[in-house]
Design a protein around this ligand. Structure first.
Ligand code: ADP
Ligand code: MG
Length: 729
């Protein structure tokens, strides 16, 4: 086995950077493989084009008679791009994207054939996808699920396949994917936000949520990855002693990018360009072999699709460069993990960023309205927001011993804190003319100026305001952003609806002026949501204590965090907005707890196998070498004095035995705990059993394996070591 490790190392050391062909200008290839507006104008009739555009803008239904024209235009374009097949591209609750390819090719009798793609095949498909998780929504007796075209995210050609973004729903209408609830939450947010914007600008007809994600990832050589069964099967190392040098020196962060990696990035970015994914920045991250990329932000639904597509493209391009991308939140213990910051804002159809302070007091009141409402929404629903990012792999990043806590708080910076402190003092009831002038001049009017030099950037906050957007940083690097975005959109939509009705009530019943009413409601929100605001070190122990005093949740594990998703309040929230119904919510919870249990089960099996089949036999082999050595010493020096020369060896022989015993015992106990957990029929109970009774053995087993790693002869050790995984490129 150790031969595999050394072979992999040799292979890695001999790698050459793979050459990449760059276009003269990237802008020239941008969106070349996307069926976007200009292309539609070229390939569709006027009527068809208009009906697609209306569907995108106003959500109107596409006329059945036109869908044949649209699909034909789409097919002709796709064939011109080299496509032979088409697929409905969807996002089942497994976390990745799914596709089933069909050829355009069809026989028409007499040995002749044509390329065909009818409107029906574009609009709706019935993949036989009964094996995707559905949480009991579709049992075998019920109708199957179907995928339906989402025209708001443009079709694209990937390789030789035309991919059509779709939602995946059951025949009874329940969402079986991430996209359907996301689209509904965006609709709810649009309605609520547009109503509120009208206080400030009557001409606004639509509000889009925007998302700019930042994707962190590790890259390791594919041969090294293949030499580790834990990386291959679990996407992370389940054991491995920390290297002598880790990230202490911060010498990787923003350092020069190694050529092999840079070529991978360039290749991947060019693929992204073709697919219309507007990638913009790239750099080294804190941990060795960790990197990040970020695009220009887009409308949320499109940005979510692009992130999923990107992860797929990264995998494929990495293959060409003999790399494996590790998206896992914590592939290596002791060094930084990976996240996917979700930068989120709201933009009107006129292009105004509602979370960007403006040039006039009125625009700033609009800014403050959306700013404060978002903070209030996060405060009222902090636990739900935490639940939206809860997965077994993200548990290693949140609430674990070397990671930020699982507490949601909001950072806004000292200047905006001052503004909110001032606003908190405004008069209860109608504001006097002096007070208004004073507010306009000294508080609201000053915002743009102060934000420009607002340089304090708190990197430890899970939800930070960064000048013109909120950045939800606690999202895991493997996540489908649709999940946290659906929650954020929904809670802000609900909050804005409440705000609107409270302001209207003050105007109607207390005969207040609009501004006065807005100031009055905002003042109360500032007071009510104060506990969620935290400007200090979010990673410190003091904060955990303080947060507890404030009554903020700190759900460290996924089963615990997920509980709130099926609470009465959560169900009421989603149902009132039309985002999800009770059946869908409960099905999702069921899927997530089951997924958690399976995840821990699989990791437990892998760890048990590696420890028993790789580590223990290696340790015994090494122990035998020592035993031979001691026997030889005894032969030479005789019974009386050999111990003088063999004492260290004897010590190691004993240590090896102790570690072996501890490992084997813990594995046996872990297996028993798994058996007990598997007996539990209720999936939530099972998830808790895996979390509380199975998972704790991991650390123990790992500890003793890692001790053996530093005892045993390096030549014998079968598992590629941390220093090799993290520092070879
Ligand atoms: P940083 O936060 O690292 O200083 P930027 O401010 O340039 O960098 O933006 C980081 C991310 O935020 C980028 O992915 C960018 O697309 C995104 N972003 C910027 N403005 C918005 C916005 N209005 N809505 C959503 N995302 C945004
Ligand atoms: Mg950032």
């Amino acid at each position: 086995m150790s031969t595999l490790r050394f072979q992999a190392l040799k292979e890695t050391l001999n790698r050459k950077a793979v050459e990449v062909k760059e276009p003269a200008r990237r802008s020239e290839i941008f969106s070349k493989n996307v069926f976007n507006e200009p292309v539609m104008r070229q390939f569709l009739t006027k009527d068809s084009y208009k009906s697609v555009m209306d569907a995108i803008e106003y959500g109107t239904k596409i006329d059945r008679n036109l869908s044949d024209h649209i699909s034909t235009g789409m097919k002709e374009w796709a064939i011109s791009k080299g496509a032979t097949h088409y697929t409905h591209w969807f996002q089942p609750l497994t976390g990745s994207s799914a596709e089933k390819h069909d050829a355009f090719f069809e026989t028409v009798g007499d040995g002749a054939a044509i390329e065909k793609f009818g409107g029906g095949a574009l609009v709706q498909q019935e993949p036989d996808a009964s094996s995707f998780p559905n949480g009991g929504i579709r049992n075998t007796f019920e109708a199957r699920g179907y995928t339906a075209w989402d025209p708001t995210s443009p079709a694209f050609v990937l390789g030789t396949t035309l991919c059509i973004p779709t939602v995946f729903v059951s025949y009874t209408g329940e969402a079986l994917d991430y996209k359907a609830p996301l689209l509904r939450s965006l609709q709810a947010l649009d309605n609520a936000a547009t109503d509120v914007v009208k206080y400030f600008n009557k001409k606004v007809t639509k509000v889009n949520a925007t998302l700019g994600w930042e994707q962190e990832y590790f890259l390791i050589d594919s041969a090294l990855a293949a030499s580790r069964p834990d990386i291959t099967l679990a996407g992370r190392t389940l054991l491995g002693h920390p290297p002598a040098k880790g990230q202490q020196l911060d010498d990787h962060y923003f350092g020069s990018i190694p050529t092999r990696v840079l070529n991978f990035m360039r290749d991947m970015e060019n693929e992204c360009m073709l697919l219309g994914i507007p990638v913009k920045t790239r750099h080294n991250e804190v941990a060795p072999n960790q990197f990040e990329l970020a695009p220009i932000f887009e409308e949320v639904n499109l940005a979510v699709d692009h992130n999923l597509l990107l992860m797929d493209v990264m995998d494929k391009v990495a293959d060409r460069h003999h790399f494996k991308v590790l998206f896992h939140e914590k592939p290596f213990a002791g060094v930084n993990g990976s996240g996917k910051h979700n930068n989120w804002s709201l933009a009107t159809n006129e292009g105004t960023n509602l979370l960007s302070p403006g040039s006039t007091p009125m625009k700033n009141l609009q800014f403050l309205t959306f700013f404060i409402n978002t903070i209030k929404a996060v405060y009222d629903n902090e636990e739900l927001l935490r639940a939206s990012i809860a997965t077994a792999s993200n548990d290693h990043r949140l609430g674990a011993n070397e990671a930020p806590p699982a507490i949601i708080s909001v950072f806004i910076g000292s200047q905006l804190t001052e503004v909110l402190d001032e606003l908190e003092k405004v008069t209860d009831g109608k504001l006097s003319p002096q007070e208004k002038t004073e507010l306009k001049l000294n508080v609201v009017g000053k915002i743009p100026e102060i934000l420009l030099d607002n340089t304090d950037r708190n990197r430890t906050s899970p939800f930070a305001f960064t000048g013109n957007k909120f950045e939800f940083r606690a999202v895991g690097s493997t996540a489908n952003c649709a999940n946290p975005m659906t929650v954020l959109n929904s809670i802000v939509a609900k909050q804005l609806k409440d705000f609107k009705s409270q302001v209207d009530q003050l105007i109607k019943e207390k005969k207040m002026k609009k501004d006065d009413a807005i100031f009055n409601v905002l003042r109360e929100y500032i007071k009510e949501s104060k506990k969620i605001r935290f400007e200090g070190d979010g990673y410190g122990e003091a904060w955990e204590k303080e947060a507890k005093k404030r009554g903020l949740s700190n759900n460290k594990t996924t089963p615990q965090a997920l509980k709130v998703k099926v609470s009465d309040e959560a169900i009421k929230l989603y149902e009132s907005l039309g985002v999800m119904n009770k059946v869908e919510i409960e099905a999702r919870h069921e899927i997530e707890v089951e997924e958690y249990a399976m995840h821990i089960q699989i990791e437990g099996r892998i760890l048990g196998d590696i420890a028993r089949n790789h580590v223990i036999p290696t340790a015994i082999r090494y122990q035998n070498i020592l035993i031979d050595n001691v026997r030889g010493l005894k032969e030479i020096y005789g019974n009386d004095s050999y111990k003088k020369f063999a004492s260290e060896q004897l010590g190691i022989i004993e240590d090896v035995s102790t570690h072996i015993e501890k490992i084997n015992k813990a594995i046996t106990e872990m297996i028993n705990a798994r058996k007990e957990a598997n007996k539990l029929e209720n999936m939530e109970d099972r998830a808790f059993a895996y979390c509380d009774n199975v998972r704790p053995f991991f650390d123990d087993i790992r500890y003793h394996c890692d001790k053996l790693e530093i005892l045993v002869d390096d030549e014998l050790w079968p598992l590629t070591k941390y220093r090799e995984l993290l520092f070879t490129r």
